[in-house]
Design a protein around this ligand. Structure first.
Ligand SMILES: Cc1cc2nc3c(=O)[nH]c(=O)nc-3n(C[C@H](O)[C@H](O)[C@H](O)COP(=O)(O)OP(=O)(O)OC[C@H]3O[C@@H](n4cnc5c(N)ncnc54)[C@H](O)[C@@H]3O)c2cc1C
Length: 462
């Protein structure tokens, strides 16, 4: 017989930015006394939150042209919580997590120039640091973006001199370090312990792990692409599937001072190829990511193909019908086919170089080197009942359990999502404990203390 003392109030599964931000939030701002986090790898922040697997951008909505205007404006206070969290750390800890970096989004050609100029008029009041630059202005802040460009090619850019580059893996580690300082609660972080299954008995969940069971009254599954598989095990989210899009990168010598994004077709769920400085390698520019259909849940881990097939629902005809409808949409089909070619050994970089030349025209295929060991998986959700691709993050709410699926900008809004989940956890625990949300907002979201609205695409209650 288990006694209440053996059972955690809340167990968070997944030690990336999402899970660790939630552990930090519950530990710091709630009165919940008994918490645990379970992570299958020996290190925190090893998968999508790892700096080598993502683009290290704090997405605040100003240069993300694939966001609706509404989402662009709403995401800013949610993402800025990360910057405010870091500002509160001792100075010597800050640089390993966050660095200020100039950033721009570039429009090339008259169609893109017209669309970006129009977007600027609608966004500028929400982003007072954003300025619109013409060719001369762009040359001043990013000389190589203009060098060698065709004389009459129309260009315009939206520029912020002080964007943020974030090492989300180090951010995740920092959340755990902060939690470890809390002495008046029981908080356990289990590393190297893989969750195999989750089962519900009357009053609590039993989480079977590679080294034995753990019990909890409330469970939050923050395992990104794996979350859907766990939801399905418990009978939730059966109508959803995942389209697995792998993104890889190329390095060049340093040709950019900051981040340069490009105009993105809003039908694509993620940012087009961009150029960025890299927090893990000095004096280079990293271009990408590419976008390639590849059926795994983790980059460079072929063994996770089985996990993809387990959670994808490909045994159902309607999943196949949804995949065909989504992937054969002409613009997406063209985009994904083109991107497949970028992965070809030797030739790939010559085929990819036009994407790079849109940003830095003077670069040649031979200047690009595949960034081996860099790149992550962007699992895009599909609703097989409507055959729609669902953009952004998703959440399934069950009986005292939450499953989060967190593609970009999941890392940027990790603290916002954690704040929202903390509210839900308190309500699951039926008012036994409290959440000082006002203090969290005051400390981490000073711009809009009471007004952050839902930045995620959808919440499903099963
Ligand atoms: C190419 C690319 C570029 C991106 N660029 C950006 C960007 O610039 N800015 C941005 O905000 N976002 C970006 N993203 C998205 C961002 O990486 C994710 O939103 C974010 O990392 C998700 O964090 P997470 O904690 O939910 O998932 P993860 O960091 O993947 O963490 C999930 C954790 O769950 C653990 N886990 C899985 N299964 C189990 C199990 N059975 N038992 C125990 N633990 C388990 C994993 O080991 C992992 O540590 C990018 C993503 C990609 C792929």
């Amino acid at each position: 017989m288990k006694t209440q003392n053996d059972i955690y109030d809340v167990v968070v599964i997944g030690g990336g930015a999402s899970g660790t931000a939630l552990l930090y939030t519950l530990a710091t701002y709630t009165t919940i006394p008994k918490l645990a986090l379970i992570e299958k790898y020996e290190a925190i922040g090893s998968v999508n939150s790892n700096a080598v697997n993502n683009s290290q951008t704090l997405h605040v909505g100003d240069i993300e042209t694939h966001y609706s205007l509404e989402k662009a404006i709403q995401v800013k206070p949610a993402s800025m919580m990360v910057a405010h969290y870091v500002e509160r750390l001792p100075r010597e800890k800050q640089d390993a997590i966050l660095q200020r970096v100039q950033k721009m989004v570039l429009a090339v050609g008259s169609d893109e120039v017209a669309k970006l100029s129009d977007r600027y008029e609608k966004l500028k009041s929400a982003f007072p640091n954003l300025t619109k630059l013409d060719a001369v202005g762009i040359e001043k802040v990013e000389p190589l973006v203009m060098k060698g460009r065709k004389k009459n090619e129309p260009v315009v850019a939206l520029f912020d001199p002080a964007g943020h580059a974030v090492d989300f893996g180090n951010l995740s580690k920092s959340f755990v370090d902060q939690v470890k300082k809390i002495k008046d609660k029981t908080i356990n972080v289990f590393l190297g312990r893989s969750v195999i299954s989750i089962n519900k008995t009357d009053d609590f969940y039993t989480i079977q792990t590679s080294t034995g069971p753990i019990q909890a009254k409330v469970v939050v599954v923050d395992t990104d692409a794996y979350s859907l598989g766990f939801a399905k095990q418990l009978g939730y989210g059966k109508e959803f599937s995942l389209i697995p899009i792998a993104g890889s990168f190329y390095f060049t010598k340093q040709v950019l001072k900051g981040k340069v994004y490009t105009w993105q077709d809003p039908r694509m769920p993620f940012a087009a190829a961009h150029g960025d400085p890299d927090l893990t390698v000095p004096d280079v520019t990293r271009f990408g990511p590419t976008a390639r259909f590849f059926p795994v849940l983790e980059s460079r881990k072929l063994g996770t193909m089985a996990d993809f097939f387990k959670s994808s629902g490909l045994e159902k005809m309607k999943t196949w019908a949804s995949f065909f409808k989504i992937l054969l949409e002409p613009a997406r089909f063209k985009y994904l086919t083109k991107n497949l070619l970028y992965e070809l050994p030797y030739f790939g970089k010559y085929l990819f170089v036009p994407e790079v030349q849109k940003i830095v025209p003077s670069l040649r295929g031979g200047d690009l080197k595949r960034a081996g060991g860099y790149g992550g998986m962007r699992l895009q959700r599909v609703d097989t009942s409507t055959k729609e691709l669902l953009l952004g993050e998703g959440k399934i709410l069950g009986d005292n359990i939450i499953f989060n699926m967190t593609p970009s900008p999941g890392a940027s809004v990790c603290l916002y999502n954690a704040m929202r989940d903390a509210d839900q956890v308190i309500s699951f625990l039926k008012g036994s404990y409290s959440f000082d949300k006002d203090r969290m907002m005051h400390e981490l979201a000073p711009e809009k203390p009471q007004k952050i609205v839902d930045v995620s695409a959808a919440t499903y209650v099963s």
